[in-house]
Design a protein around this ligand. Structure first.
Ligand code: GLC
Length: 793
């Protein structure tokens, strides 16, 4: 596998370039060479002194110091001192109101409790976490330390399931595996089992019969997590700081994203379809691409420009020969609602004639090599343009300088930016394809090296960009797409799952990968439809497209050396099927945009595992071939070659087939048709699904089995920060009648010329609209905004 990936990477970059990288690789090896630390791992020893402090306590051990601090009743921060404290790059909130914490002796140690959580500190440094009902959520052994390393262990129950750790090509439940935290470019094209990938996040969710919790290590050093009989985390440096949150997944994610930040509302167009390819080489090619989308009647929101648009791969430049009038092209496309997104890599070509390089060099914005008679020598490594220097995004001055470059492309009408190679990834012939570990970083003036800064590099590139865009284009919402990042990336950027192989296995992997990212706080992600590195069959492309139509980021992209992959290249019936799913995606935009708004307030992923929201039913802990999209939809993609039906594990309650209203009752497993032209898509009884149909708002009403139901719709201008409105629909069943009431909050005027209410699985003999008889007494009801719709039947 590895050899295949290497050969493929070689093909993508070319043998000459690979040969040139030998020197750098040897150089990196020389700098990275270190003797492994000797000696045993030592525990903290006995507890000597315990001191209560507001919101927590301090504990001195024979060889260690611990601080426990409640930031909220269900959020506690644990810090084992030793090694540098983390710079709070991941942290979005530090103004926590005081928490009342009780302090009691317990078994020779101390129990610290809030109304939701008790932390027991043992005399040996072992910790126990209990919820308000007294259930043990987690039992930790005393951490052990050797040199700068830490090993942290906790017991796992036999049934315990674990999820998250950022982007993983692993099963949804991570139990049983070993995962590395070191953002890496797997090179060439990856499939299931490859680890690490581009975007690791040291956060995980644990579910077991006694309850659930979320744990986040605020430590950016290389780490290895092993989830076997016990959960073990090994960190190569830093202090051991982590946060523990008890509670069900939905509440835990809400807290975690209060701590690390929530995504702001994206521009509405970003939720549409994006077309991309490495190899759209000229302005004409892009223009004709757009025309073909029109000719084939395929909606489109964005075209991505890969590295081909740049002048010699110099970042923030445009090749004037191949793109003589990029601004004109951008205007033309924007008139038809198509946005241009341009790729940017962090490497800045070493070229004295290139102003960006000169500026960066003179101002000292690049990462440097250690030592050398006090002289600051930039680190040079190779990426697409050859030798490059790399901005040190851990330096506020470099971030602000980098952020100031975006107007170069904003002026040309570029609407969004796609950040690649920011693990950071550079050309090597073996080993780690990144910077030498001793590379120096500013780390906000405190100073440090690449061991600490590596995993932060992508996060901070996006921060630099996001802050720059807010400064230079304050009237627009930034749209950033990033391959790498760390905890908190959700505040700045979307993500895609990188260079995947074009195989059925990798299609199947997409679902757990996206779910795992969502549970790690990254709600906006999606794959290269069809896989990056190969050529999918028409069937594989169709199935991938059908899945991605329900994922937050919806884009086709591929490498330059595979056949073109626009929807029409597969002929019929692929083209018609793709067109239908594209249209469905656009019909669903009111629902998706409302979910995006909710996510900006809750941090909840748009795409959720079937154990969502409370994680209590073990029957769903391993389901990784289906997911919820928001509360109303259950998506069960076809993931097997040749499959024309599939089993779906249904959660409790009634579910309606989206395509033909067939009702299914859960819990249980049902077989649902999945002909090539559709995938199982179910709507929860009691939902109101807002859709856009024929320029109108269509409210699809699925009656609740009993009692209540409802839905929501968020609207605004689609970009910028102007007025908004939220329309809330409630469903209430009383006897034979079903009432739908409508309330509105906010100042944005109702943006639709009319409303159509469609009933599913409903019969009514009498319809009353705001107290008046509605004729004919049949659905759909066509109206303007109303207050109460009453269906009697
Ligand atoms: C990386 C990206 C890929 C892009 C290519 C060229 O491999 O992951 O999406 O097309 O670089 O820029």
């Amino acid at each position: 596998m590895r050899l295949r990936a290497m050969l493929r990477a070689l093909r993508l970059i070319g043998p000459r370039e690979a040969l040139r990288a030998v020197g750098y690789t040897l150089f990196r090896d020389r700098l990275d060479f270190r003797l492994p630390p000797a000696g045993p791992f030592l525990p903290p020893g006995n507890l000597l002194v315990a001191t209560p402090v507001p919101g927590g306590g301090r504990f001195r051990f024979a060889q260690g110091e611990l601080e426990v601090r409640f930031l909220a009743p269900d959020l506690v921060r644990i810090t084992w001192k030793g090694g540098p404290l983390p710079i709070p790059y991941a942290i979005a909130r530090d103004d926590w109101p005081p928490v009342q914490v009780s302090w009691d002796p317990a078994d020779g140690g101390y129990a610290l409790g809030s109304e939701e959580l008790e932390v027991v500190v043992g005399t040996d440094g072992g910790l126990l976490f209990r919820d308000a009902a007294g259930h043990i959520l987690r039992r930790e052994s005393p951490p052990r330390r050797r040199g700068q390393e830490w090993v942290h262990r906790a017991d796992l129950r036999p049934e315990e399931h674990l999820y998250g750790l950022g982007e993983r090509a692993a099963p949804l439940n991570l139990r049983g595996g070993e995962y590395c935290m070191w953002n890496s470019d797997p090179l060439g094209g990856y499939g299931p089992g490859v680890d690490p990938l581009y975007l690791g996040i040291p956060v995980y969710l644990g579910l077991h019969p006694e309850g659930s919790y979320l744990l986040f290590y605020e430590n950016s050093y290389r780490a290895v997590f092993r989830f076997r009989d016990r959960a073990q985390a090994w960190f190569s440096g830093g202090c051991l700081r982590y946060y523990f949150i008890p509670g069900p997944p939905d509440r835990a994610l809400r807290r975690y994203t209060e701590l690390t930040g929530r995504p702001s509302l994206p521009p509405r167009w970003a939720l549409g379809y994006h077309q991309s390819r490495w190899g759209y080489r000229t302005q004409e090619e892009v223009r004709s691409l757009r025309e073909k989308f029109q000719a084939h009647d395929l909606p489109l929101s964005a075209i991505h420009l890969d590295i081909d648009y740049m002048d010699g791969f110099r970042v923030f430049t445009v090749d004037r020969e191949r793109f003589p009038d990029l601004a004109g092209l951008a205007r033309e496309l924007a008139d038809g609602g198509v946005h241009l997104v341009a790729i940017l890599d962090p490497g800045v070509k070493r070229d004295k004639g290139y102003d960006l390089f000169r500026e960066g060099l003179e101002a000292g914005h690049f990462c440097t090599l250690p030592g050398g008679k006090g002289a600051k020598r930039p680190l040079y490594a190779q990426v697409w343009p050859g030798w490059c220097a790399f901005p040190d995004f851990t330096d506020p001055a470099a971030r602000s300088w980098w952020g100031d470059q975006y107007p170069r492309l904003l002026q040309l009408g570029i609407a969004g930016f796609w950040h690649d190679m920011n693990e950071p990834s550079v050309r090597t012939d073996w080993g780690d394809s990144t910077f030498p570990l001793p590379t120096r970083h500013a780390l906000e003036g405190r100073g440090g090296d690449h061991r600490e800064a590596h995993n932060l590099y992508g996060l901070l590139m996006n921060r630099a960009a996001c802050e720059g865009l807010r400064r230079h284009c304050p009237e627009k919402r930034p749209f950033l797409l990033s391959r790498s990042g760390w905890a908190g990336l959700q505040r700045y950027a979307w993500n895609w799952t990188g260079d995947t192989e074009s195989t059925w296995e990798t299609l199947r992997q997409t679902v757990p990968t996206v779910l795992g990212l969502g549970l790690s706080g990254i709600p906006y992600t999606g794959p290269d439809i069809g896989g990056f590195s190969g050529h999918p069959s028409a069937e594989l492309y169709i199935r991938w497209f059908q899945l991605a139509a329900f994922l937050p980021f919806f884009r086709t992209h591929s490498a330059w050396d595979v056949p073109p992959r626009e929807p029409w290249t597969f002929g019929e019936p692929a083209l018609s099927i793709v067109r239908n799913f594209l249209r469905l995606r656009y019909r669903l935009l009111p629902y998706l945009y409302t979910l995006a708004w909710e996510t900006s307030r809750t941090g909840h992923p748009l795409v959720r595992p079937l154990f969502w929201p409370d994680g209590r039913d073990p029957a769903f802990w391993d389901v990784q071939d289906a997911f919820f999209l928001g509360e109303a939809l259950l998506v069960a993609p076809a993931l097997e070659e040749g499959a024309r039906s599939r089993q779906v594990t249904l959660p409790a309650g009634r579910w309606y087939d989206f395509w033909d209203d067939t009702p299914y009752d859960g819990p249980g497993t049902v077989l649902i048709p999945a002909p090539l032209e559709r995938i199982p898509l179910l709507v929860r009884a009691g939902s109101i699904l807002p859709m856009e149909e024929d320029g109108r708002l269509a409210l699809h009403l699925y009656p609740p089995e009993g009692g209540e139901g409802g839905g929501m719709l968020y609207s605004d201008a689609g970009d910028g920060y102007g007025p908004w409105r939220v329309d809330r629909f409630r469903l209430h069943r009383s006897g034979e009648a079903l009432e739908m009431s409508w309330e509105t909050e906010g100042d944005y005027p109702f943006p639709w010329p009319g409303v159509r209410v469609l009933g599913h699985g409903l019969r009514s003999r009498r319809i009353r609209l705001d107290g008046r008889e509605y004729e004919p007494a049949r659905m759909p009801v066509e109206a303007g905004p109303f207050r109460v719709l009453r269906l009697e039947g």
